[in-house]
Write a protein that binds this ligand. Sequence first.
Ligand code: FAD
Length: 508
Amino acid sequence: MIKSDFLVIGSGIAGLNFALQALEYGSVCLVTKKDAVESNTNFAQGGIAAVFSKTDSFNLHVRDTLKSGDGLCDKYAVEIMVKQAPDEIENLMALGATFDKDAKAGGLQLGQEGGHSRKRIVHRGDMTGAEIEKAMIENARRNGIRIFEKHVAFDLILKDGACIGARVFDVGKKRMVEFFAKAVAIATGGLCEIYENTSNPEIATGDGLAMGFRAGCDVEDIEFVQFHPTALRRKGKPFFLISEAVRGEGAKLVNDDGKRFVEELARRDEVSRAMFSELRNGTVYLDMTHIGKAFVKERFPTIYRTCLENGIDITKDRIPVEPVAHYTCGGLKTDIDGKTNVPGLYAFGEVACTGVHGANRLASNSLLESLVFSSRAAESAHAYNVGREIGFVNTRQMSVASDRPTELKTRLKSVMWKHAGIVRNEKDLIKALREISLMQAYMSKKEGVNEEIIEINNILLAARLVVSAALARTESRGCHFREDYPEKTEDWERHISLKRAGKGFLKL
Ligand SMILES: Cc1cc2nc3c(=O)[nH]c(=O)nc-3n(C[C@H](O)[C@H](O)[C@H](O)COP(=O)(O)OP(=O)(O)OC[C@H]3O[C@@H](n4cnc5c(N)ncnc54)[C@H](O)[C@@H]3O)c2cc1C
């Protein structure tokens, strides 16, 4: 049994930022399911949106975010996020993260991405996330945050309705460990690993979403999964994302005949759908051969190198690209201070739904959202902790299972891609739901836990939540597209909240 004032689950930007700030108020334990660096954060290329340019304003950033969110953003939360952005960038620099500078104009070099009406993307080449992750982990280790790697959280511990800890599987020692804390924070990232084609690393299995939901948290806007239009398929390896920043610098999307078929900087959902239909007739390419070679190599070193390793010289060759599941707009419902509806339980980053993304996230707002709301949550969790003791209950011990039903994960990912992907309809969504039910029934007979069983149970529940909300929303809005209901309707200018009720759940 391990005790601390704060327990953080997840070592991406959201978990680490919270941990670093909470450390000012008490002891912090952080559990993370693989090596600390493994996170979506580490893969983020484009950068962080923040108003620094003289030609930009908070109002414009708010306006662009609301437009992308397609009627479902919480304007107050968006304003908070946008106004706090420059301070968060300064904080990152104080931690040692460095961003590209504009040699001519001075100050930070700002990139442009789809949906942004101004240049406002702060970046470090095309490896912004890795730069931030490195700086945060170094600070966390140096300042005495206890980081437990290869520790998979699988259930929250509740007492009198409040969260007082988590049960965690120690993969190395193959045993259960109980962590107790005054406040518990979920920062486990998104769920795009429920899809066959995804830009996300293997950790993105919706664990925190599933854990939070089982503990009684409301889940909101979960039907809105964002698909990124441009990823490179690699043999025997995960898809490699080609950042939108490339299109921001003038790259074109063309078909087999070399013809453009979509506005490159249109919203991601529009570009993804245009590609989805274009791909039925052939291949789609990203063409940046007209952009200067020296500039491409300097601005996009990781993309240049990775494509070259896959036989494509992007300064001479077009890149074949496909859309992939990329970002979870909805999640555990929180207020503007990261509080869920379960006392003592906080959530932030991609696992949370603060309301800033609405029906569709604006590019480069997610690292920003993670920073802003984890900072606010640290203050709020500290206030909750004052005068409180660390709780304790005896929990049921579980045996360690030897069974590893990984084939189920492969099956689910294929079902979700086929039946609940970019273009959805009632018939297919019902098929997906049936398949998920069968797989859940099979898993319910399994005894004991190990890391695979934990993950499979979580991705099945995460997938079920996505499909149920997608079925309920009988319209097309933001990144949710129903070919049987292709229009947006006023009636649906509202959120779908899912709430646990016994073994099933309620839609509100
Ligand atoms: C390829 C790619 C490019 C992107 N580019 C950008 C960009 O340019 N700008 C932008 O704003 N956003 C970008 N995003 C999105 C952004 O990276 C994420 O939304 C953001 O990093 C989420 O941060 P997080 O801390 O919430 O989660 P993550 O960074 O995903 O971290 C989650 C952490 O939780 C841990 N974890 C998960 N489950 C468990 C468990 N059961 N027990 C213990 N630990 C667990 C994981 O191991 C990980 O450490 C990109 C995403 C990808 C995949």
